[in-house]
Design a binder for this molecule. Structure first.
Ligand SMILES: Cc1cc2nc3c(=O)[nH]c(=O)nc-3n(C[C@H](O)[C@H](O)[C@H](O)COP(=O)(O)OP(=O)(O)OC[C@H]3O[C@@H](n4cnc5c(N)ncnc54)[C@H](O)[C@@H]3O)c2cc1C
Ligand code: SF4
Length: 456
């Protein structure tokens, strides 16, 4: 309440311009101040369907709070904490089921149940579309369930927000890998009028150094999926094991590296060392995550770059050769370029290694969809204002269209695409209804090839 009272209710609130989905920030804070907690949560949900998640994982210090007027002279209003407070209180009190909107007869397929897909689905359902989400994994949530660990984002919260989306009437098909089960063309053939691709950037990058295939070396994706989604810490009570030993090394400097290091500690590692090839100042992780990792006992080694992994006779990793780096002038990314220091090579003993050096887009849709324009790196090319791809009726957003980014930017892209799909379908309907267009004249979205496969 004290924090909410600090907000100045600025007539031109800069905090809102810093929010990728344009939440009415002074509006919901004023409702908290007046003890109207339910309406405060509803006010956030006008623009953001996943407030309890964003209140926890959004980098607010780089977004809304960065622009807060109070931050210019002192401390910004803790907008993220207030958002989390309102959303948590609403959930604890029990959220009334949203009213299911009346259907308008059009069907939309959403591929991927991450933040971009869930947001697009919720917005389109509210507009009266029959929305179906196809998700490759057995659980909805994308990185929110398989990547970000429980201690940072409780999965019950993600589930509650997924439930909110399904209560709007959105149908969820888990274990449905599009590109294999159906192609995009087949989705149109099955009666969908538009498609949104929100398949994220789930393909891990590797260091590509000798020994990287040894047992005990995980990509961060695999490591976090085993722990978060497959609950491997319960093995043999669950099917998927995880073996980390006593000494774990995590390679990388972003949030994914921090999550991996903190997860390794919780899995029982005696020591977790995080190595990063630049200095602390260049680390892309949020300051909050870095401090938490430090407090929990993760040891940081800066300006260190692995060169080779060493294995035992059974093919299991036992050591990591590395060299020290010095930082020179800035590279293309604007960060100082790390250059090896000659003669600085050494070896450290390790029992397992987690490689967290980045992720690229999931490639299956791109490789099975003719005419879908992509960049060399597999990112789907879209109009940033609309999310429109090179194929009529097909939209994309989130990490698949930008490369790895943030939860809120993925949600913003889902919102934009939902609005564009709505406008596109209205226009298509107007064209069909126009007298000069004979009813048998096919619009691109009505031109559906025949297919024996049917969506159940
Ligand atoms: C470990 C980790 C920690 C992070 N921490 C933060 C953080 O603290 N704050 C923050 O803002 N961001 C964080 N991020 C980044 C953020 O989570 C992503 O930017 C965001 O989730 C992207 O959303 P998305 O909807 O584009 O994709 P995703 O969340 O990746 O969801 C894509 C979904 O599509 C599914 N899919 C893929 N291919 C297919 C297919 N062919 N058919 C059907 N389904 C498919 C996937 O299974 C997945 O469920 C983190 C990322 C990771 C990996
Ligand atoms: S900029 Fe800061 S003080 Fe002004 S309305 Fe936004 S949160 Fe309140």
């Amino acid at each position: 309440m004290k924090e909410a009272s600090r907000c100045l209710k600025c007539p031109k609130p800069q905090c809102v311009t810093g929010c990728p989905v344009g939440v009415d920030i002074p509006g919901f804070i004023a409702l908290i101040k007046d003890k109207k907690y339910g309406p405060a949560a509803q006010k956030i949900k006008e623009k953001n369907s996943l407030p309890a998640i964003c209140g926890r994982v959004c980098p607010q210090e780089e977004q809304c709070q960065k622009f807060c007027l109070l931050g210019k002279r002192g401390e910004s209003v803790s907008i993220g904490r207030l958002e989390r407070f309102a959303a948590d209180l609403e959930r604890q009190k029990g959220v009334a089921d949203p009213v299911k909107p009346q259907l308008n007869g059009k069907k939309i397929a959403i591929i991927g149940a991450g933040p971009s897909g869930l947001t697009a689905a919720a917005d389109l359902a509210k507009l009266g579309y029959k929305v179906t989400i196809f998700e490759a994994l057995h659980k909805a949530g994308g990185v929110l369930v398989y990547g970000i660990p429980e201690f940072r984002l409780p999965k019950s919260i993600v589930q509650a927000e997924v439930d909110y989306v399904t209560k709007l009437g959105v149908e969820l098909h888990p274990d449905a890998l599009i590109g294999r089960l159906f192609t995009i063309e087949e989705l149109f053939a099955n009666g969908f009028d538009a498609v949104f691709i929100g398949t994220g950037a789930g393909l891990p990058k590797f260091l590509e150094i000798p020994g990287e295939n040894l047992n005990g070396i995980y990509s961060a994706n695999e490591f976090l999926i085993r722990s978060n989604l497959m609950k491997s810490y319960r093995f043999p009570m669950c099917d998927t094991p995880i073996k980390i030993g006593k000494r774990v090394v995590v390679i990388g400097g972003g949030n994914v590296a921090m999550d991996s290091a903190r997860t390794a500690l919780r899995l029982g590692a005696e020591s977790v060392t995080l190595v990063y090839r630049r200095s602390r100042e260049e680390m892309p992780a949020r300051e909050e995550e870095l401090l938490n990792a430090e407090e929990e006992g993760v040891v940081f080694k800066f300006c260190v770059s692995p060169t080779k992994f060493l294995g035992d006779a059974q093919g299991r990793v036992v050591g990591m050769e590395y060299e020290l780096m010095k930082l020179c002038e800035c590279d293309a990314s604007g960060r100082k370029k790390p250059v090896p220091i000659e003669g600085s090579k050494a070896v450290m003993d390790v029992d397992s290694v987690v490689v967290a050096v980045g992720r690229t887009p999931n490639p299956i849709i791109q490789s099975t969809t003719q005419g879908l324009e992509t960049t060399k790196g597999g990112i789907i090319v879209v109009d940033p204002k609309t999310g429109k791809t090179s194929i009529t009726g097909v939209y994309a957003g989130g990490d698949i269209a930008t490369g790895e980014a943030t939860v809120i930017s993925a949600m913003g892209a889902g919102k934009k695409a939902a609005q564009s799909i709505h406008e596109f379908l209205i226009k298509a309907r107007q064209q069909i209804c126009a007298p000069e267009n004979a009813p048998d004249k096919e619009s691109p979205i009505l031109a559906k090839s025949s297919s024996s496969k049917q969506v159940q």
